[in-house]
Write a protein that binds this ligand. Structure first.
Ligand SMILES: Nc1nc2c(c(=O)[nH]1)N[C@H]1C(S)=C(S)[C@@H](COP(=O)(O)OP(=O)(O)OC[C@H]3O[C@@H](n4cnc5c(=O)[nH]c(N)nc54)[C@H](O)[C@@H]3O)O[C@H]1N2
Ligand SMILES: Nc1nc2c(c(=O)[nH]1)N[C@H]1C(S)=C(S)[C@@H](COP(=O)(O)OP(=O)(O)OC[C@H]3O[C@@H](n4cnc5c(=O)[nH]c(N)nc54)[C@H](O)[C@@H]3O)O[C@H]1N2
Ligand code: SF4
Ligand SMILES: [Mo]
Length: 760
């Protein structure tokens, strides 16, 4: 038995863990007190991590699907050379638009994604699909307009705020904020601080709130518009902040003065006096912040919601200060910026959809494959994602994937998506390789945690950096060796910063760029991840080759944020600062502070030239103007609103596959108000059919009085078919539809699915 350190891979918090290991098993799991952010905190899900590492669906060698649908074992060479050949044939015959890459990282693994995305370059494609395109791209789009770049991402300083507004999020279960349950308890116990929750359900978070606005689902845009209009009407806005830091306020004010406050609050069906309390509290708090998540991003008016939510903290001047909402820096950029009018922002052939943050929305993918048009997607690589279960309309994904000329799935497990693939490539688990995430979304202090392997690689599995580098070599995109660059790396490694090596690397990547001049943004970083991996990588200690790409990123970060990096305790002149940052990252085991900013740095992170927040977004003001005319009636065929995909104590996306990991709620029950259930003759524990316009699932009924009448909920992440057996619990995306989505970002309205419920 031994102990070691790592991090949890189940949600974006990636809490530090201290684990006991015995004969390949995780026998005991505790929070790591030395982790600078989580400081020993964990939730009940992390303690079950052995269910990720050891289970019967783990893949151990490459597989090829035979014509009868079963899989045969093949060698890596066979698999990769055939995939390479077929990819090149498709590129040759149909060009880059016939290829897409999907995923590239989940809640705990983003290192492999940088390697996988090189396939887009190799295929001359820009079609990158990712789960963020079914939740956050509306938010990114708004950020692009407000702050000048879609990479400007908002964070919230909950620990220092006097007033916290949670809208459409249940951090008690879903986390998303630092040490959520501790933070909520501290907030709630402090009489000087105020906590407000806006959620149709009395969630575990709402139970602890000072004020809970239990609005009708899908009406947040009305409620937030009314709140903003009250700020304007009662002159509660921060005029000084608006004058000094923003532009476009007058136009926005004109639009907000049109909002029929009483009518909108009535539509949300919450008491006006509570709304007034919240608005006044927000306006008068010294330090206030807003935290949101899927409850508004995956509900009606998703992109508009993302705009209004930000105006709440902007109009009250709670930006660029401690305890407010801020922008943050990133060592690893998780997304890019897609300029709206740029020809390099490709339109998809069926929907004419553009990228946001360089990401295309999963909702449109089935139609981009399953169409008669010659300009369709024919080859797809899926990595770290299970779209057949997690994308809207599972049936459409199954159908479309069966029409692909080539589907390759890179995963640690035999997933529902992998079962449809031509090739399944087994990745080493996140506990068997060097890993990290780009979920470093903090301000003012930024922390980074590079994790080392705890276990040897299972079976014949390989880490993604090796898989993709070999694939590029098979495609002839990369040479097998870079003899002179390797020599420069060896010669230069004694000097801090490896300046000579980077100059040489620049020459090599410039060479690649010349071969391929018209695709600038793709070529800019060229095949740097794989080249670094092959040349500098072998010189890093403990087999950390995959982490080589962090060195140039550390240099870049240190150059851009020198002062903040120094404040976090890193030292060095010129390139030596980046080098020492890299060494600190490489040597730690519990995560390390990489920068400490000043509050006012948030303004310097705005990307508009004038460093102001541009408040008026014409498309959003127009959407605001049309709210009033919207009908809110549900048809008689589907009288209930289903919140499709709730976070509960025992779901964790589709990362844990064995149903035995759950200590409660084995069926992922449908929660329904007891009075509604009575009306349908449904006893607690009864079986029922839940039907939408798209499909139906069978559910177990759970009476639940913390929800509004007429609203029912099902959890996210159930319905998996462990060992290819029957679905365990509701496969919720058999009910959702691709077209029920946001007009701008095409993010799905999962939190507002009209359904009927009948007794079985
Ligand atoms: N336990 C657990 N934790 C997780 C995950 C998991 O699978 N399991 N997944 C992780 C991931 S990928 C994500 S993105 C986050 C998501 O984290 P959250 O968004 O916080 O989680 P959800 O439960 O999906 O939705 C949040 C809340 O929105 C409310 N809601 C529904 N409709 C509306 C509405 O119309 N208006 C408002 N205001 N609220 C509404 C729901 O009642 C719910 O309480 O969780 C992460 N954490
Ligand atoms: N109806 C409905 N649908 C939803 C949601 C909802 O609330 N309601 N939520 C949406 C949200 S917010 C999200 S984020 C998505 C999540 O959906 P997906 O993007 O599909 O992500 P996960 O479910 O996290 O799946 C992660 C996959 O990565 C694999 N994996 C784990 N470790 C590794 C590794 O090291 N390497 C590789 N290659 N693979 C690995 C796992 O086996 C698993 O198959 O679901 C979305 N779908
Ligand atoms: S909060 Fe998230 S990262 Fe932390 S232990 Fe729970 S699931 Fe894991
Ligand atoms: Mo998510």
């Amino acid at each position: 038995m031994r102990t070691d350190k790592t991090a949890c891979i189940l949600c974006s918090r990636n809490c530090g863990l201290e684990v006991e290991i015995d004969e390949g098993r995780l026998t005991r799991i505790r929070g790591d007190r030395e982790h600078p952010l989580s400081e020993g905190y964990i939730c009940q899900k992390a303690a079950r991590l052995d269910h990720y590492q050891n289970h019967e669906d783990r893949l151990s060698h490459p597989l090829r699907r035979k014509s009868d649908g079963t899989f045969e074992r093949v060698t890596w060479d066979e698999a990769l050379s055939d995939i390479a050949r077929r990819l090149l044939a498709i590129r040759e015959a149909h060009g880059g638009r016939a290829f897409a890459f999907y995923g590239g990282g989940g809640q705990g693994n983003h290192l492999g994604g940088s390697y996988g995305l090189q396939l887009l370059r190799a295929m001359r494609s820009r079609f990158y699909y990712n789960a963020l395109g079914q939740e956050k791209t509306g938010d990114f789009w708004v950020n692009g307009r407000l702050f000048g770049d879609q990479r400007c991402h908002i964070t919230e300083d909950i620990d220092h705020a006097d007033f916290v507004l949670f809208i459409g999020t249940n951090p008690w279960q879903a986390h998303g904020i630092r040490n959520a349950r501790d933070a909520i308890k501290t907030l709630s116990d402090d009489p000087r601080r105020t906590m407000v929750v806006i959620d149709p359900r009395r969630t575990e978070t709402a139970e602890r709130a000072d004020i809970h606005l239990a609005l009708r689902p899908g009406t947040d845009a009305f409620l937030m518009a009314a709140m903003l209009a009250i700020l304007v009407r009662d002159d509660l806005v921060d005029r000084r902040f608006l004058a000094e830091r923003t532009s476009g306020y007058d136009e926005l004010e004109r639009a907000l003065r049109q909002v029929p406050i009483e009518e909108f609050v009535r539509r949300a069906d919450v008491p006006m006096e509570d709304v007034m309390k919240v608005v006044r509290g927000l306006a008068s708090a010294r330090k206030a912040c807003v935290r949101v998540d899927l409850g508004i991003q995956q509900s009606l008016h998703s992109t508009l919601n993302s705009y209004l939510e930000k105006l709440l903290f902007l109009l009250t001047g709670n930006f660029g200060k401690e305890g407010g909402n801020n922008l943050h820096t990133a060592l690893i950029p998780l997304i890019g910026h897609s300029s709206e009018r740029s020809p390099s922002n490709w339109r998809t052939s069926h929907h004419g959809m553009f990228g946001i943050g360089k990401i295309y929305p999963p909702n449109i993918l089935p139609a981009e494959i399953d169409q008669a048009n010659d300009d369709r997607i024919r080859a797809l690589i899926v990595d770290s994602s299970n779209p057949v279960m997690t994308g809207a309309d599972s049936q459409a994904f199954e159908r479309a994937f069966s029409k692909l000329e080539l589907l390759v799935v890179v995963d640690v497990a035999m997933t529902e998506t992998a079962r449809l693939a031509h090739y399944v490539l087994p990745a080493s688990s996140q506990l068997e390789k060097w890993e990290m995430t780009g979920f470093n979304l903090e301000f003012p202090e930024q922390v980074f945690h590079l994790r080392h392997p705890l276990f040897p690689a299972h079976g014949e599995t390989l880490p993604e950096p090796e898989i993709y580098t070999r694939l590029l070599e098979h495609m002839g995109e990369l040479p097998k060796r870079y003899p002179w660059l390797e020599r420069v790396a060896r010669l230069d490694r004694k000097r801090p910063g490896l300046g000579l090596y980077f100059a040489a690397l620049g020459l090599v990547t410039a060479g690649h760029r010349k071969l391929w001049p018209r695709t600038k943004w793709l070529a800019a970083s060229s095949y740097a991840p794989s080249i670094l991996y092959r040349t500098l990588g072998p010189l890093l200690p403990e087999g950390a080759a995959a982490a080589a790409l962090l060195l140039p990123l550390a240099h870049l970060y240190a150059l851009q944020h020198r002062k903040a990096v120094e404040r976090a305790g890193h030292r060095g002149k010129g390139l030596a600062l980046g080098e020492s940052l890299f060494q600190a990252i490489l040597n730690q085991r519990s995560g390390v502070a990489i920068s400490r900013h000043r509050s006012e740095d948030a303004f310097a992170l705005i990307r508009h030239r004038d460093r102001r927040v541009h408040l008026a977004i014409p498309e959003m003001l127009e959407a605001l103007g049309t709210l009033r005319a919207e009908s809110d009636a549900l048809g008689s065929e589907f009288p209930f609103v289903l919140i499709a995909g709730e976070r509960r104590a025992y779901n964790a996306n589709t990362i844990y596959r064995a149903p035995s990991w759950r200590r409660q709620d084995p069926d992922g029950a449908l929660r329904i108000h007891p009075e509604d259930a009575k009306g349908l003759g449904l006893a607690n524990g009864a079986r029922a059919r839940c039907r939408s316009s798209r499909g139906e699932v069978e559910v177990t009924i759970a009476h639940y009085d913390a929800i509004r009448r007429g609203v029912v909920t099902l959890p996210h992440g159930y319905g998996l078919r462990y060992q290819g057996g029957p679905a365990v619990g509701p496969a919720v995306n058999r009910l959702t539809s691709a077209n029920h989505c946001d007009p701008v970002a095409r993010t799905p309205f999962h939190k507002f699915v009209p359904v009927s419920i009948t007794k079985l």
